[in-house]
Ligand binder design. Structure first.
Ligand code: SF4
Length: 104
């Protein structure tokens, strides 16, 4: 997984206590299914990538997301910061933009 920045506003903790964005981020990161060597498929390579290569890479990333226990907070986070790159919460950047446009 790429570096996940902060920027999420303070959110309510599990017991209603305010927790920092850093703490909330850490909570779901700890359970991310994309930790480890497979994290490379979540972002484009540094060299040019053919369309079929990108589609295969994104398909593999989305398969990992599909069984990830923190898909929802990951997607919410990516949407909240308008993350412009990579697969987050099972969606690529184009799909996240479409989701944001549909929400309003
Ligand atoms: S939903 Fe996908 S990108 Fe987000 S933490 Fe899980 S595996 Fe990683």
């Amino acid at each position: 997984m790429g570096v996940r920045g902060s920027g999420v506003p303070f959110l309510a903790g599990e017991k209603g206590n305010a927790v920092s964005s850093q703490r909330v981020e850490t909570i779901w990161h700890d359970r991310a299914a994309c930790k480890g060597p497979q994290s490379a498929v979540f972002f484009p390579p540094s060299q040019a990538e053919r369309r079929d290569e990108r589609e295969a890479r994104e398909r593999r990333a989305k398969e990992i997301c599909a069984v990830c226990p923190v898909l929802r907070p990951c997607l919410d986070y990516a949407l909240s910061i308008r993350e412009p790159h990579g697969i987050w919460g099972g969606l690529n950047e184009v799909e996240r933009k479409q989701r944001m446009a549909n929400v309003g």
